[in-house]
Design a protein around this ligand. Sequence first.
Ligand SMILES: N[C@@H](CCC(=O)N[C@@H](CS)C(=O)NCC(=O)O)C(=O)O
Length: 239
Amino acid sequence: MSSEKCFAKGSPAPGPVPQDRLRLYSMRFCPFAQRTRLVLHAKGIKFDTININLKDKPDWFLEKNPYGLVPVIETPAGEVVFESMITSEYLDEVYPEKKLLPATPFGKAKQRMMLEHFSKIIPHFFKITSAKRKGDDVSGLEAELKEKFTDLNNRLVKEKTRFFGGDTITLIDYMMWPFFERLEMFEVQHCLNHTHELKKWTEYMLEDQAVKATMHSTDNHRVFFKSFQDGEPDYDYGL
Ligand SMILES: N[C@@H](CCC(=O)N[C@@H](CS)C(=O)NCC(=O)O)C(=O)O
């Protein structure tokens, strides 16, 4: 069973996951769910999507993930896995085609360290947009974000690679990408102006098939984000 329109409280529970595929519980504009969607697409895994109305969640969804967050993966055996990085690592382990994590423990640790660092950058995007909405001065926050982008840029310069884990895309690139896809939506695109290699990285990412398969246009992101900020998220926008 699969539907693009979101399921709200009271909608009938989807049946068991068919034997030949996985199920992803998602929300079309969620950057964290996009991480998992990127991995599913990159690895060519067959899956169905059930989008969830996150303001009015079905009880059967909360039984799968009591924390109420997407992404969630469910297998035909009824195993349920949630949290974007955990679902992504799980998929990489279970589906060995096109490995996205390095084979060595140190290689894996490096990606996890980088994600830990990047996770501390994410709140900046939201802080800047909400401060702007209130009419506050955001120059300090923007200067901090520029510094963080410079640090990411320096990593690419130091490693002399196209991507963060080498010359091909690895998991860390997919974990970071959804936020870069939304830079214009956050109105912080200009914070990238001084970071040549990081900008090039966004261009290389845009050539990737999984990125193309999962992305929304900036216009759609903007409309959804405005509805989210107004407290009435339009989860089905564009359908
Ligand atoms: N740490 C989680 C964050 C996921 C997350 O925040 N998802 C949002 C949608 S973008 C959500 O499900 N929100 C529902 C809620 O907060 O009730 C992950 O990485 O998967």
